[in-house]
Write a protein that binds this ligand. Structure first.
Ligand SMILES: C[S@@+](CC[C@H](N)C(=O)[O-])C[C@H]1O[C@@H](n2cnc3c(N)ncnc32)[C@H](O)[C@@H]1O
Length: 347
Protein backbone atom coordinates (compact mmCIF):
# COMPACT_ATOMS: atom_id res chain seq x y z
CA UNK A 1 0.00 0.00 0.00
CA UNK A 2 2.77 2.42 0.85
CA UNK A 3 4.47 2.23 -2.50
CA UNK A 4 1.17 2.98 -4.16
CA UNK A 5 0.20 5.64 -1.73
CA UNK A 6 3.45 7.54 -1.64
CA UNK A 7 4.06 7.05 -5.37
CA UNK A 8 0.66 8.43 -6.21
CA UNK A 9 1.18 11.33 -3.83
CA UNK A 10 4.66 12.18 -5.16
CA UNK A 11 3.64 11.57 -8.77
CA UNK A 12 0.61 13.84 -8.46
CA UNK A 13 2.75 16.73 -7.33
CA UNK A 14 4.50 16.65 -10.73
CA UNK A 15 1.23 16.62 -12.63
CA UNK A 16 -0.53 19.74 -13.84
CA UNK A 17 -3.88 18.23 -14.86
CA UNK A 18 -6.39 18.36 -12.00
CA UNK A 19 -8.69 15.76 -13.60
CA UNK A 20 -5.84 13.28 -13.83
CA UNK A 21 -4.82 13.90 -10.21
CA UNK A 22 -8.40 13.45 -9.02
CA UNK A 23 -8.68 10.19 -10.94
CA UNK A 24 -5.57 8.81 -9.19
CA UNK A 25 -6.89 9.83 -5.81
CA UNK A 26 -10.35 8.44 -6.29
CA UNK A 27 -8.83 5.04 -7.24
CA UNK A 28 -6.74 5.28 -4.08
CA UNK A 29 -9.74 6.21 -1.95
CA UNK A 30 -11.77 3.29 -3.31
CA UNK A 31 -9.03 0.81 -2.52
CA UNK A 32 -8.50 2.21 1.01
CA UNK A 33 -12.26 2.21 1.66
CA UNK A 34 -12.35 -1.49 0.79
CA UNK A 35 -9.50 -2.33 3.18
CA UNK A 36 -10.88 -4.16 6.21
CA UNK A 37 -8.24 -3.23 8.80
CA UNK A 38 -8.55 -0.04 10.83
CA UNK A 39 -4.97 0.95 10.09
CA UNK A 40 -3.11 1.17 6.83
CA UNK A 41 0.45 -0.02 7.35
CA UNK A 42 2.95 1.89 5.28
CA UNK A 43 5.57 0.05 3.26
CA UNK A 44 8.43 0.74 5.67
CA UNK A 45 6.52 -1.43 8.16
CA UNK A 46 7.07 1.08 10.98
CA UNK A 47 4.34 3.56 10.30
CA UNK A 48 0.68 2.85 10.30
CA UNK A 49 -2.00 5.40 9.58
CA UNK A 50 -5.58 5.16 10.77
CA UNK A 51 -7.83 4.41 7.82
CA UNK A 52 -10.35 7.04 8.97
CA UNK A 53 -7.69 9.74 8.97
CA UNK A 54 -6.47 8.80 5.51
CA UNK A 55 -9.99 8.72 4.10
CA UNK A 56 -10.66 12.17 5.55
CA UNK A 57 -7.53 13.57 3.94
CA UNK A 58 -8.26 11.94 0.56
CA UNK A 59 -11.82 13.22 0.60
CA UNK A 60 -10.59 16.71 1.34
CA UNK A 61 -8.20 16.48 -1.63
CA UNK A 62 -11.02 15.26 -3.88
CA UNK A 63 -13.42 17.97 -2.78
CA UNK A 64 -11.01 20.76 -3.67
CA UNK A 65 -11.56 22.62 -6.93
CA UNK A 66 -8.30 24.37 -7.72
CA UNK A 67 -5.00 22.76 -8.59
CA UNK A 68 -3.13 25.00 -6.10
CA UNK A 69 -5.34 24.01 -3.18
CA UNK A 70 -5.32 20.34 -4.21
CA UNK A 71 -1.52 20.34 -4.27
CA UNK A 72 -1.42 22.12 -0.93
CA UNK A 73 -3.47 19.32 0.68
CA UNK A 74 -1.43 16.64 -1.11
CA UNK A 75 1.83 18.18 0.15
CA UNK A 76 0.39 18.34 3.66
CA UNK A 77 -0.60 14.65 3.49
CA UNK A 78 2.84 13.70 2.20
CA UNK A 79 4.45 15.61 5.07
CA UNK A 80 2.24 13.93 7.64
CA UNK A 81 3.15 10.48 6.28
CA UNK A 82 6.86 11.02 5.91
CA UNK A 83 7.96 13.65 8.44
CA UNK A 84 7.46 14.08 12.18
CA UNK A 85 7.22 17.35 14.06
CA UNK A 86 7.46 17.36 17.84
CA UNK A 87 7.28 20.14 20.39
CA UNK A 88 9.71 20.09 23.32
CA UNK A 89 7.14 19.00 25.87
CA UNK A 90 5.46 15.88 24.49
CA UNK A 91 5.63 13.05 21.99
CA UNK A 92 2.71 14.16 19.83
CA UNK A 93 3.53 14.30 16.13
CA UNK A 94 2.16 17.68 15.15
CA UNK A 95 2.20 16.69 11.48
CA UNK A 96 -0.48 14.15 12.36
CA UNK A 97 -2.39 16.23 14.90
CA UNK A 98 -5.71 15.30 13.35
CA UNK A 99 -5.33 11.74 14.59
CA UNK A 100 -5.34 12.78 18.27
CA UNK A 101 -9.06 13.19 18.44
CA UNK A 102 -9.17 11.89 22.02
CA UNK A 103 -6.87 14.63 23.30
CA UNK A 104 -8.97 17.44 24.73
CA UNK A 105 -7.97 20.95 23.75
CA UNK A 106 -11.02 22.83 25.06
CA UNK A 107 -11.21 24.30 28.56
CA UNK A 108 -14.50 22.59 29.43
CA UNK A 109 -14.08 18.91 30.26
CA UNK A 110 -17.18 16.77 30.55
CA UNK A 111 -15.96 13.34 31.56
CA UNK A 112 -18.78 11.09 32.58
CA UNK A 113 -17.35 7.64 32.65
CA UNK A 114 -14.49 6.85 34.97
CA UNK A 115 -11.77 4.66 33.50
CA UNK A 116 -11.93 1.60 35.73
CA UNK A 117 -9.51 -0.53 33.78
CA UNK A 118 -6.78 -2.65 35.40
CA UNK A 119 -5.88 -1.59 38.93
CA UNK A 120 -7.77 1.69 38.75
CA UNK A 121 -10.70 1.77 41.13
CA UNK A 122 -12.98 4.43 42.54
CA UNK A 123 -12.55 3.09 46.08
CA UNK A 124 -10.23 5.79 47.42
CA UNK A 125 -12.51 8.61 48.47
CA UNK A 126 -11.12 11.80 46.98
CA UNK A 127 -9.17 10.33 44.10
CA UNK A 128 -9.39 11.89 40.66
CA UNK A 129 -10.47 10.12 37.55
CA UNK A 130 -7.65 8.55 35.52
CA UNK A 131 -8.53 10.61 32.46
CA UNK A 132 -7.13 13.72 34.20
CA UNK A 133 -3.52 12.50 34.54
CA UNK A 134 -3.85 10.62 31.24
CA UNK A 135 -4.70 13.79 29.32
CA UNK A 136 -2.08 15.86 31.13
CA UNK A 137 0.77 13.38 30.83
CA UNK A 138 0.22 13.03 27.09
CA UNK A 139 0.15 16.81 26.63
CA UNK A 140 3.01 17.75 28.95
CA UNK A 141 5.51 14.89 29.04
CA UNK A 142 7.54 12.62 26.82
CA UNK A 143 8.22 8.92 27.31
CA UNK A 144 10.97 8.31 29.86
CA UNK A 145 10.60 11.69 31.58
CA UNK A 146 9.98 12.14 35.32
CA UNK A 147 6.76 13.28 36.99
CA UNK A 148 6.18 14.33 40.58
CA UNK A 149 2.83 13.81 42.34
CA UNK A 150 3.17 15.19 45.89
CA UNK A 151 -0.34 14.02 46.87
CA UNK A 152 -0.21 10.40 45.77
CA UNK A 153 -3.37 8.99 47.43
CA UNK A 154 -4.39 5.87 45.52
CA UNK A 155 -1.74 6.54 42.87
CA UNK A 156 -3.95 7.34 39.87
CA UNK A 157 -1.14 9.44 38.37
CA UNK A 158 1.45 6.70 38.83
CA UNK A 159 -0.78 4.06 37.24
CA UNK A 160 -1.22 6.29 34.19
CA UNK A 161 2.48 7.16 34.14
CA UNK A 162 3.39 3.46 34.09
CA UNK A 163 0.95 2.78 31.26
CA UNK A 164 2.31 5.71 29.26
CA UNK A 165 5.98 4.83 29.88
CA UNK A 166 6.70 7.88 32.04
CA UNK A 167 8.64 7.55 35.32
CA UNK A 168 7.13 9.03 38.45
CA UNK A 169 7.62 9.84 42.11
CA UNK A 170 4.57 9.90 44.38
CA UNK A 171 4.66 11.34 47.91
CA UNK A 172 1.99 10.42 50.45
CA UNK A 173 1.73 11.44 54.09
CA UNK A 174 -0.14 8.36 55.23
CA UNK A 175 2.07 5.28 55.41
CA UNK A 176 -0.98 3.04 55.34
CA UNK A 177 -2.32 4.63 52.15
CA UNK A 178 1.13 4.57 50.57
CA UNK A 179 1.64 0.87 51.30
CA UNK A 180 -1.78 -0.06 49.94
CA UNK A 181 -1.21 1.99 46.81
CA UNK A 182 2.19 0.44 46.21
CA UNK A 183 0.76 -3.04 46.64
CA UNK A 184 -2.13 -2.32 44.30
CA UNK A 185 0.03 -0.85 41.52
CA UNK A 186 2.43 -3.82 41.74
CA UNK A 187 -0.44 -5.98 40.44
CA UNK A 188 -0.34 -4.23 37.08
CA UNK A 189 2.14 -5.33 34.40
CA UNK A 190 5.08 -3.04 33.74
CA UNK A 191 6.36 -4.21 30.35
CA UNK A 192 8.28 -1.01 29.65
CA UNK A 193 10.22 -1.14 32.93
CA UNK A 194 8.90 2.22 34.05
CA UNK A 195 10.42 3.43 37.32
CA UNK A 196 7.92 4.33 40.03
CA UNK A 197 9.08 5.65 43.39
CA UNK A 198 6.81 5.69 46.45
CA UNK A 199 7.84 8.12 49.16
CA UNK A 200 6.25 8.38 52.58
CA UNK A 201 6.32 11.87 54.07
CA UNK A 202 5.13 15.45 54.15
CA UNK A 203 5.42 17.08 50.73
CA UNK A 204 6.08 20.41 52.40
CA UNK A 205 9.29 19.25 54.03
CA UNK A 206 10.50 16.06 52.37
CA UNK A 207 14.07 16.36 51.13
CA UNK A 208 13.48 16.18 47.39
CA UNK A 209 17.14 16.78 46.60
CA UNK A 210 18.04 13.50 48.21
CA UNK A 211 15.08 11.72 46.55
CA UNK A 212 16.37 12.98 43.19
CA UNK A 213 19.92 11.97 43.91
CA UNK A 214 18.87 8.45 45.01
CA UNK A 215 17.10 8.12 41.67
CA UNK A 216 20.10 9.59 39.91
CA UNK A 217 18.03 12.28 38.19
CA UNK A 218 18.33 16.05 38.29
CA UNK A 219 14.76 17.29 38.15
CA UNK A 220 11.16 16.68 37.15
CA UNK A 221 9.58 17.51 33.81
CA UNK A 222 5.99 17.72 35.11
CA UNK A 223 4.34 18.10 38.49
CA UNK A 224 0.71 17.42 39.31
CA UNK A 225 -0.81 18.67 42.56
CA UNK A 226 -4.08 17.19 43.79
CA UNK A 227 -4.21 18.41 47.38
CA UNK A 228 -7.08 17.85 49.80
CA UNK A 229 -9.85 20.31 49.01
CA UNK A 230 -9.07 21.90 52.38
CA UNK A 231 -11.27 20.07 54.93
CA UNK A 232 -13.99 18.68 52.63
CA UNK A 233 -12.55 15.17 53.08
CA UNK A 234 -10.46 14.48 56.17
CA UNK A 235 -7.70 12.11 55.09
CA UNK A 236 -5.99 11.43 58.44
CA UNK A 237 -5.32 12.76 61.93
CA UNK A 238 -1.81 13.80 61.02
CA UNK A 239 -1.16 17.47 61.80
CA UNK A 240 0.76 17.92 58.54
CA UNK A 241 -2.22 16.69 56.52
CA UNK A 242 -3.53 19.72 54.63
CA UNK A 243 -7.08 18.51 55.30
CA UNK A 244 -6.50 19.20 59.01
CA UNK A 245 -5.67 22.89 58.65
CA UNK A 246 -7.94 25.01 60.84
CA UNK A 247 -8.46 28.02 58.58
CA UNK A 248 -8.31 28.83 54.89
CA UNK A 249 -5.19 30.92 55.58
CA UNK A 250 -3.48 27.91 57.19
CA UNK A 251 -4.50 25.70 54.29
CA UNK A 252 -3.06 28.14 51.75
CA UNK A 253 0.15 28.56 53.77
CA UNK A 254 0.51 24.78 53.95
CA UNK A 255 -0.11 24.35 50.23
CA UNK A 256 2.34 27.19 49.58
CA UNK A 257 5.00 25.29 51.53
CA UNK A 258 4.42 22.24 49.31
CA UNK A 259 4.85 24.46 46.24
CA UNK A 260 8.04 25.98 47.67
CA UNK A 261 9.43 22.51 48.24
CA UNK A 262 8.47 21.06 44.84
CA UNK A 263 8.53 23.78 42.17
CA UNK A 264 12.29 24.47 42.41
CA UNK A 265 12.77 20.89 41.12
CA UNK A 266 10.68 21.42 38.00
CA UNK A 267 12.60 22.16 34.80
CA UNK A 268 12.29 25.67 33.38
CA UNK A 269 9.65 26.04 30.63
CA UNK A 270 7.93 22.85 31.80
CA UNK A 271 4.41 22.53 33.15
CA UNK A 272 2.60 21.92 36.42
CA UNK A 273 -1.10 21.29 37.08
CA UNK A 274 -3.28 21.81 40.15
CA UNK A 275 -6.58 19.96 40.50
CA UNK A 276 -8.96 21.45 43.06
CA UNK A 277 -12.55 22.55 43.61
CA UNK A 278 -14.20 25.39 45.51
CA UNK A 279 -16.00 24.83 48.78
CA UNK A 280 -19.34 25.85 50.22
CA UNK A 281 -19.47 26.51 53.93
CA UNK A 282 -21.48 28.60 56.37
CA UNK A 283 -23.69 30.02 53.63
CA UNK A 284 -20.66 31.19 51.67
CA UNK A 285 -18.94 30.04 48.45
CA UNK A 286 -15.24 29.83 49.27
CA UNK A 287 -13.18 30.23 46.08
CA UNK A 288 -10.60 27.65 47.09
CA UNK A 289 -9.63 27.09 43.47
CA UNK A 290 -8.83 30.71 42.75
CA UNK A 291 -7.06 31.19 46.07
CA UNK A 292 -4.84 28.17 45.38
CA UNK A 293 -4.21 29.45 41.85
CA UNK A 294 -2.97 32.74 43.35
CA UNK A 295 -0.49 30.82 45.52
CA UNK A 296 1.04 29.29 42.41
CA UNK A 297 1.12 32.64 40.57
CA UNK A 298 2.86 34.24 43.58
CA UNK A 299 5.70 31.80 42.93
CA UNK A 300 6.34 33.22 39.47
CA UNK A 301 4.57 30.58 37.41
CA UNK A 302 2.62 31.56 34.27
CA UNK A 303 -1.04 30.55 34.09
CA UNK A 304 -1.61 28.71 30.80
CA UNK A 305 -5.19 27.49 31.26
CA UNK A 306 -8.08 27.22 33.66
CA UNK A 307 -10.00 24.06 32.86
CA UNK A 308 -13.46 23.51 34.28
CA UNK A 309 -14.30 19.84 34.71
CA UNK A 310 -17.65 18.38 35.64
CA UNK A 311 -18.02 16.40 38.84
CA UNK A 312 -19.14 12.88 38.22
CA UNK A 313 -22.31 12.17 40.06
CA UNK A 314 -21.75 9.77 42.95
CA UNK A 315 -24.64 7.57 44.07
CA UNK A 316 -24.87 9.51 47.33
CA UNK A 317 -25.14 12.80 45.44
CA UNK A 318 -27.70 11.36 43.03
CA UNK A 319 -29.86 10.27 45.94
CA UNK A 320 -29.71 13.73 47.48
CA UNK A 321 -30.21 15.60 44.23
CA UNK A 322 -33.68 16.85 45.09
CA UNK A 323 -32.61 18.00 48.51
CA UNK A 324 -29.71 19.98 47.07
CA UNK A 325 -31.94 21.52 44.43
CA UNK A 326 -34.37 22.64 47.10
CA UNK A 327 -31.54 24.02 49.25
CA UNK A 328 -30.12 25.90 46.26
CA UNK A 329 -33.48 27.46 45.42
CA UNK A 330 -34.11 28.40 49.03
CA UNK A 331 -30.59 29.57 49.80
CA UNK A 332 -29.75 31.57 46.67
CA UNK A 333 -26.76 29.51 45.58
CA UNK A 334 -25.86 27.02 42.86
CA UNK A 335 -25.05 23.38 43.43
CA UNK A 336 -21.41 22.45 42.77
CA UNK A 337 -21.01 20.54 39.54
CA UNK A 338 -17.43 21.38 38.64
CA UNK A 339 -13.83 21.46 39.72
CA UNK A 340 -10.74 23.14 38.27
CA UNK A 341 -7.58 22.01 36.61
CA UNK A 342 -5.12 24.90 36.49
CA UNK A 343 -2.22 24.58 34.08
CA UNK A 344 0.97 26.53 34.77
CA UNK A 345 4.32 26.91 33.04
CA UNK A 346 7.59 27.66 34.77
CA UNK A 347 9.37 30.73 33.37
C1 LIG B 1 -7.05 14.56 47.04
S1 LIG B 1 -6.08 13.24 47.59
C2 LIG B 1 -5.14 12.77 46.19
C3 LIG B 1 -5.81 11.66 45.43
C4 LIG B 1 -5.02 11.15 44.26
N1 LIG B 1 -4.91 12.10 43.18
C5 LIG B 1 -5.70 9.88 43.71
O1 LIG B 1 -6.14 9.87 42.57
O2 LIG B 1 -5.85 8.93 44.50
C6 LIG B 1 -4.92 14.05 48.60
C7 LIG B 1 -3.90 13.13 49.28
O3 LIG B 1 -2.88 13.95 49.86
C8 LIG B 1 -2.46 13.35 51.09
N2 LIG B 1 -1.84 14.46 51.86
C9 LIG B 1 -2.44 15.40 52.62
N3 LIG B 1 -1.53 16.25 53.12
C10 LIG B 1 -0.31 15.84 52.67
C11 LIG B 1 1.02 16.31 52.83
N4 LIG B 1 1.30 17.37 53.58
N5 LIG B 1 2.03 15.62 52.20
C12 LIG B 1 1.76 14.54 51.46
N6 LIG B 1 0.52 14.03 51.27
C13 LIG B 1 -0.51 14.69 51.86
C14 LIG B 1 -3.72 12.75 51.67
O4 LIG B 1 -3.42 11.69 52.55
C15 LIG B 1 -4.45 12.27 50.39
O5 LIG B 1 -4.14 10.93 50.14
Amino acid sequence: MKTDLLNIISGSLDKSDLIEIRKDFSVLLTSITKTKSKNIVLGNGFTSVPKEFLMGELNQILETHTIERTKYYIKRLKKSLTETKHSKINDLNLNRWKEYDDIITDSLWILNKRDNSGVHHAGYWGNFIPQIPNQLLRRYTKKGEWILDPFLGSGTTLIEAQRLSRNAVGIELSKKVLDQTKKNIAKEANPNKVRLEFVNGDSASIDLKSVLSTLDIKSFQFQIFHPPYWDIIKFSDNKSDLSNTKSIEDFLRGFGRVLDNCLPHLDKKRFAAVVISDKYSGGEWIPLGFLVMQEVLKRGMILKSTIVKNFEETTAKRNQKELWRYRALAGGFYVFKHEYIFIFQKK
